[in-house]
Write a protein that binds this ligand. Structure first.
Ligand code: NAD
Length: 412
């Protein structure tokens, strides 16, 4: 099964309960536009390197399309298409006025110099600038990209279209960015984790947590949950896993990460374990915060956590989802769990357009409110209709996009 098929599977599960006709399903699931472009640059050593860049614009019934830009060697059209669809349902579940999109380039950013990454970003913008913009499609950081990449994107876009800070979000705070955007996805993951623990009748100090991935999302999630008194016992990144049953010193890990070129490799104050071992540790909460497609049916049978919070996009294949349901392992779905990032991006976009700036406290307050309310709505619907949390989230998302499509009258 490929990534987009998995997204379709989850969509149809909810569409069945909504009794949607075949025609409406096709309308909602089919991407509006898919673009594939050549991104060729001259590398620092004088050689030419060619990559493929993608942008998939999935749906705009509820507003301009919004979605991250991923730099990773495995990026392909199917993955980007699946991630774009997830953005449509995500923005609808948390009720922000956007549609869904996603982009990516099949490059390994760790093998590129900053100069080469800047060239790749600017060349990609040269190819797609007419298709994106503050009122049509607004990119943001995702795996392998960051605030610096967004600053290059904005600068190149503005060469074509004039001063346009709202053309991307997740920019550096000094350059029309938002204080609190960088931490927002991890903070949102932390908030829904605490809400779920409350529903499970557990106190944070009684709770052990393992997190796969220690980039933007994983590290901010770890810090938030550590500060909330949870015991983060294991984390991992591409270099492997790091385990300390008594609880890791998360601020120390983050210091190490920053001093060690954003890698945990060689972290001394924990026991090294493999990424596979991390995923099957006997913890209360397991948080995938790296790649998609992590849990297959075999791994799902080995997982010993009581709850999974999907910080990454698409970490669970449908076959694994069924195993988790049979084993009564709660799965809080990606389209709500990691929506803190796009929510803060929305605040950034609004402020760029108004030329007005909120402080960090207001950003956190508004973010916490939206994440908490979204959690409650999904939980209530799942309880009412006796469906999984994922299906409840999809029912909410699909219902809102469907209504906007009909109200807009675009189908006549
Ligand atoms: P990032 O590039 O900042 O970090 C990714 C982390 O995953 C790194 O620590 C990397 O070493 C690790 N990793 C990569 N391959 C791995 C592997 N095979 N095993 C273990 N660890 C591995 O990316 P991010 O922005 O933190 O995104 C992580 C996930 O969260 C992605 O699925 C992304 O789509 C999702 N997400 C991100 C945001 C955001 O605001 N950045 C918002 C919503 C969802």
């Amino acid at each position: 099964m490929r990534a987009f098929e998995a997204t379709e599977y989850y969509f149809h599960q909810a569409a069945d309960l909504l009794d949607l006709s075949r025609n409406i399903r096709a309308l909602l699931i089919t991407p509006k536009r898919e673009v594939q472009v050549q991104v060729s640059i001259e590398r620092d050593n004088g050689q030419v390197a060619t990559f493929i860049g993608y942008r998939v614009q999935h749906d705009d019934a509820r507003g301009p399309m919004k979605g991250g830009l991923r730099y990773h060697p495995d990026v392909d059209l199917d993955e980007v298409r699946s991630l774009a669809a997830l953005m449509t349902w995500k923005t609808a579940v948390v009720e922000i006025p956007y549609g869904g999109a996603k982009g990516g380039i099949n490059v390994n950013p760790r093998e590129m110099s900053p100069r080469e990454l800047q060239k790749i970003t600017r060349t990609f913008v040269d190819q797609i600038h007419d298709l994106v913009g503050p009122d049509s499609d607004i990119p943001a950081p995702d795996m392998g990209t960051n605030a610096e990449v967004m600053a290059w994107f904005m600068n190149q876009y503005s060469k074509y279209h004039g001063f346009s800070p709202a053309c991307v979000t997740g920019k550096p705070v000094e350059l029309y960015g938002l204080p609190g955007r960088e931490e927002a996805t991890g903070r949102g993951v932390g908030i829904v984790t605490l809400k779920l623990l409350g529903r499970m009748g557990r106190k944070p100090h009684q709770t052990t947590v393992a997190i796969q991935g220690f980039g933007n999302v994983g590290s901010h999630t770890a810090r938030f949950l550590h500060e909330a008194d949870c015991r983060v016992v294991a984390v991992s990144d591409i270099s492997g896993g790091y385990y300390r049953p008594e609880g890791l010193d998360v601020p120390d890990l983050i210091r190490y990460l920053h001093q060690n070129n954003y890698s945990l490799s060689g972290y001394p104050n924990a026991e090294p374990i493999s990424n596979e071992q991390l995923l099957t540790l006997p913890v209360d909460v397991l948080i995938p915060a790296a790649l998609g497609g992590v849990f297959d049916a075999d791994l799902a049978r080995e997982v010993r956590a009581k709850a999974i919070i999907e910080a990454a996009n698409g970490p669970t294949w449908p076959e694994a989802d069924r195993v988790f349901q049979q084993r009564e392992i709660l799965v809080f779905p990606d389209i709500v769990a990691n929506a803190g990032g796009v929510t803060a991006s929305y605040f950034e976009w609004v402020q760029n357009r108004q030329h007005y700036r909120w402080g960090r406290d207001r950003v956190r307050q508004e973010l916490d409110r939206i994440m908490s309310e979204s959690f409650e709505r999904v939980w209530e619907l799942a309880t009412q209709r006796k469906v999984s949390l994922r299906t409840a989230a999809y029912i909410l998302g699909i219902g809102r996009v469907g209504r906007a499509t009909i109200l807009g009258g675009s189908v006549t």
